[in-house]
Design a protein around this ligand. Structure first.
Ligand code: NAD
Length: 319
């Protein structure tokens, strides 16, 4: 298959590109390098640099190529940027996405896969519960609103165009190459600080000194597996949650990563901070079945792999 991956220089898009190439697919990557990094781009893929809000860039992406699927990972991904710059967030996540969807229908691309957010779209998820795909979305940030808005566009296009869509609502994704500004950014921040012997801060869930907010952390390989199932036609549901169903608080993350760091000589310590404006207290998803995936990577294994990657990168930068 020939597949367009937007956001291909980003954290999730670049892992997905590697996996698609390994499975013999032809891959074209789109990215404006606003948060993505050139070193993430696999050399085996074609790369078109530029902003997908720009009609000329979209024309360059589609002219002379027929895609069998589009995996739309490119986005303005920061909740706090969306709060400061809601217009820019909507321009990228809604208008830019519609531009790609328009091109997809004009060029008869049969399948459009969208990276949405389970971590933000449901708002607060009450203690003892999981947000399922039946749960009414309750977006509390412009970012969550823009992701939900584009989900609605997809639903409308399916009614009026000859295109299939798959919506993947990711929980908080972590792993090698992740960006400190993304939804699971705390893992990257903690790894970086522990490796440089700086203190790490557990921001409060409701009062300073508590164990911090609860998130459903899902490892990158499991998110890639969900995308592969969608691309290769093994996923029949139009919308799924990609989360583990397990809530982890920030202090638990801090303890696991600190133990790893200390065993290798880090002098980093844990600190406690106030509640951060706009942080959801709790977000945990009810996992949807992902064809081909028997079980999720557990948090200790995922964190160990992620820490090892940050450690190797720090060593490479030093040498
Ligand atoms: P990322 O920031 O690493 O990747 C996004 C990529 O999109 C970047 O490479 C960026 O340069 C590119 N991009 C941004 N605006 C663009 C534009 N206008 N034109 C072209 N390229 C543009 O983030 P990520 O964590 O890899 O996220 C991938 C997708 O998954 C996003 O849609 C994000 O909203 C979604 N998501 C991520 C998480 C998470 O925890 N990381 C959770 C839920 C959903």
């Amino acid at each position: 298959m020939r597949i367009l991956v937007t956001g291909g220089a980003g954290f999730i898009g670049s892992h997905l590109a590697d996996a698609l190439l390994d499975r013999g697919h032809e891959v074209v990557l789109s990215d404006d390098l606003s948060t993505g990094r050139p070193e993430n781009l696999p050399a085996r893929a074609d790369f078109v640099e530029g902003d997908f809000r720009d009609p000329a860039i979209v024309e360059r992406l589609f002219s002379g190529r027929h895609f069998d699927a589009i995996c739309h990972q490119g986005a303005q991904t920061s909740v706090s940027v969306s709060t400061r710059e809601p217009v820019r967030d909507a321009e990228v996540n809604v208008v830019g996405s519609i531009r790609l969807l328009e091109a997809a229908t004009a060029h008869e691309v049969p399948l459009f896969i969208f990276a949405s957010t389970g971590g933000a779209i449901y708002g607060e998820v009450p203690e003892g519960t999981q947000a399922s795909i039946e749960t009414q979305p309750a977006p509390l940030s412009p970012y969550a609103c823009s992701k939900l808005a584009f989900e609605h566009y997809l639903r409308a296009y399916v009614q009026t165009h000859d295109i299939q869509t798959r919506v993947l609502r990711y929980a908080n994704v972590y792993g090698p190459r992740q960006d400190p500004h993304g939804e699971a950014g705390v893992v990257a921040i903690f790894c970086g600080r522990i490796l440089s012997n700086a203190p790490i801060q557990v921001n409060a869930k409701s009062a300073k000194g508590d164990r911090g907010c609860v998130r459903d952390y899902v490892y990158i390989d499991d998110v890639v597996a969900a995308n592969l199932a969608a691309v290769e036609g093994r996923m029949t549901a139009p919308l799924i949650n990609v989360g583990t169903g397990i809530g982890t608080d920030t202090q638990q993350l801090a303890e696991v990563l600190l133990a790893k760091g200390k065993s290798q000589g880090s002098t980093s310590e844990m600190d406690f901070g106030d509640v951060r404006d706009g942080d959801l207290q709790r977000s945990v998803l009810q996992p949807s079945r992902i064809p081909g995936l028997e079980s999720f990577v557990d948090i200790e294994t995922g964190l160990a792999r992620t820490y090892a990657w940050f450690e190797a990168r720090a060593a490479a930068l030093e040498s």
